[in-house]
Ligand binder design. Structure first.
Ligand code: NAD
Ligand code: WQD
Length: 347
């Protein structure tokens, strides 16, 4: 039987690579498009090592409209697209907003154009809990209001969802699902793929693992006088493999179900909030490492607390996070150790 072919943009990136593995494990044929602006071509080999199948790979920038169109002409049998390719560094987006508006929006528009021209009608989009800002009520549901974005990056996610919604409204044949991720952490159990930030990490967990392995001297905990039980911020940390699986479910839903709304969006989190200090304590426990950290000033723009109401994703998608925060932190640590001791040396 012929396999359904799925385009994964940004498929050599952090979440994309884990999703490619899960799609392949579920019988999909995958073609990756990535310009390697934030990932390494060796990830394709590592995906093959994990799944036993090599995804097709094409290196180009989705901001190039002609290359994007030519790609769809060449791969006329693509049935669905999962769109990860975007820039994601919140702080950089404040300093260089046009870089973010250009990359994240032009790539999306080019992709939607080319899909339309080639009658590819199924689209899954990487959105973010950042669209909610600091919600008035917790846990945050999909019907919570979208607040003013607190960064150009966050605004690209809000505008992208609007662009996708308008495109599905204007074209009967087009269906899309936006997945609003909370805080993805962790790595594949093989430790062959994981999060690989360029330079100094902005996100908590890679900063923790890089501090524990000795690459960073000390972790700064950004503030301990928030209105939370231990004073540090609360987030909903979701294992990247659980997150990856939600994309497989979304793709199957689009391909198999004709009675769904044209545009749907779901919270993808665990439903549980953890403070920064809880994450540090859990990391110290599972890794058996003592972490060097200190409390510092708050980071500008941080929301105090956010975690997902996942009932809608649980009931409608039939998806639920299965792994614990301990699982996620241990996998992140195993990845950091394996990468630094093995993969990095084989560059
Ligand atoms: P990532 O940077 O690891 O992966 C993105 C990939 O897209 C990279 O491999 C990069 O080279 C590629 N890319 C970027 N612009 C491109 C372009 N114009 N053409 C072709 N390739 C391009 O990021 P990630 O953490 O895997 O995030 C994937 C998606 O999920 C992004 O859209 C991000 O905004 C979203 N998201 C991430 C998080 C998070 O915390 N990691 C949370 C919520 C949403
Ligand atoms: C988590 C917590 C920090 C680093 C970002 C984006 C969001 C989404 C997920 C894409 C916060 C604290 C962090 C450090 C710390 N991405 N922290 N010391 O800010 O929740 O969300 O990634 O869509 O849009 O904004 O994630 O990992 O940066 O921070 O104390 O060195 O850890 O204050 O409370 P964040 P994060």
């Amino acid at each position: 039987m012929q396999k359904n072919k799925v385009l994964v943009t940004g498929g050599t990136g952090y979440i994309g690579s884990h999703t490619v593995v899960e799609l392949q494990n579920n019988g999909f044929e995958v073609v990756i498009v990535d310009n390697l602006s934030n990932s390494d071509i060796k990830v394709v080999d590592r995906i093959q090592k994990i799944s036993g199948k090599r995804p097709a790979f094409e290196n180009f920038d989705l901001c190039d409209a002609k290359k994007t169109k030519d790609f769809f002409k060449k791969h006329s049998d693509i049935k669905a697209v999962v769109h990860f390719a975007a820039y994601k560094a919140v702080g950089e987006s404040v300093l260089n907003p046009l870089k973010y508006y250009h990359n994240n929006l032009v790539a999306l528009i080019n992709l939607l154009h080319a899909m339309g021209e080639n009658n590819v009608s199924n689209f899954v989009f990487s959105s973010s809990c950042t669209v909610y800002g600091q919600p008035d009520e917790l846990p945050v549901t999909e019907s919570s209001p979208i607040k003013e974005a607190n960064s150009p990056y966050g605004y690209t996610k809000q505008v992208s969802e609007k662009i996708i919604r308008d495109t599905t409204s204007a074209n009967n044949f087009f269906k899309a699902i936006a997945l609003r991720y909370f805080n993805p952490i962790g790595a594949h159990e093989s430790a062959l793929i994981g999060e690989l930030p360029l330079g100094v990490p902005n996100n908590l967990v890679p900063f923790i693992t890089q501090t524990a392995i000795g690459l960073r001297e000390q972790l700064s905990v950004f503030g301990n006088d928030y209105n939370t039980p231990d004073g540090t911020c609360i987030r909903d940390y979701i294992h990247v493999v659980d997150l990856a699986k939600s994309h497989v479910i979304a793709i199957k839903r689009l391909l198999q179900n004709n009675n769904i709304k044209d545009f749907e969006f779901f919270n993808i989190g665990t439903g549980k909030g953890n403070s920064v200090l809880e994450v540090i304590n859990a990391f110290e426990k599972v890794s058996e490492q003592k972490l060097n950290y200190k409390i510092t000033n708050k980071r500008e723009g941080d929301v105090e607390k956010i975690y997902a109401d996942t009932k809608y994703a649980n009931s409608e998608l039939g998806w639920k996070a299965e792994k614990t925060i301990d699982d996620a932190l241990l996998s992140a640590w195993n990845w950091e150790m394996y990468y630094r001791n093995n993969l990095e040396n084989k560059k």
